[in-house]
Design a protein around this ligand. Structure first.
Ligand code: GRF
Length: 194
């Protein structure tokens, strides 16, 4: 069975990357992870990916122009044979050249019910607004931050007494359940030529 080769970009612990990876090991999963790359060579998720036998690439973006760093990243991703990119806790904006070069083939997971709360501090912002529901969204990456078409969302109740941390932990569980099926559906469409 043909599988869509995917590169996953991370910046830290990589729990969403791990969820994507373990889902890829289930029978009939239509994608495979061919590279895990990070903008921090010390990202713990890189060690996890390496221990799982996945090719890794870690390179610090510090002191580099965004376009130069992204050109290095782009070359690594293309070398891996990936045909799509999954951002999973990748905490940097992508350069316009990278987004354009992969237009429609980059996915991201964001810890809010988009279009609400683009950017950072999503959980505190949901609490401050008095929302009764939070959640996560998987979307196609476009040039604007957290703005592309939404592919999947999972709602999570906000409980009385929730803190940003307790809510983040529950939303993270939802993220782990949401990303792999959304990526799998994307992969099936892509493999079918859609
Ligand atoms: C996730 O909540 C993701 O949505 C956000 O940063 C967190 C990364 O966690 N952008 P992990 O690295 O996937 O564990």
């Amino acid at each position: 069975m043909a599988k869509l080769p995917v590169a996953v970009l991370i910046s830290g612990r990589g729990s969403n990357m791990a969820a994507l990876l373990y889902a890829a090991r289930q029978p009939d999963c239509p994608y495979e992870i061919v590279l895990v790359a990070a903008n921090d060579p010390a990202a713990p998720g890189l060690d996890l990916a390496a221990a799982e036998g996945i090719a890794t690439f870690g390179h610090s973006h510090k002191g580099m122009a965004r376009a130069d760093f992204d050109a290095i990243l782009d070359a690594e991703i293309r070398k891996s044979g990936a045909k799509a990119i999954a951002l999973a806790g990748y905490m940097r904006l992508l350069s316009p050249a990278l987004v354009d070069g992969w237009a429609g083939h980059i996915l991201n997971i964001h810890p809010s019910l988009l279009p609400k709360y683009k950017g950072l501090d999503t959980h505190q912002r949901a609490l401050d607004a008095g929302d009764t529901q939070a959640g996560c969204s998987v979307h196609i990456v476009t040039a604007a931050l957290d703005d592309g078409p939404v592919l999947a969302q999972t709602k999570v109740a906000i409980l009385p007494g929730d803190t940003a941390d307790s809510l983040a932990a529950r939303v993270l569980m939802a993220e782990h359940q949401t990303y792999a099926p959304a990526l799998a559906a994307f992969a099936r469409r892509t493999l079918a030529g859609g």
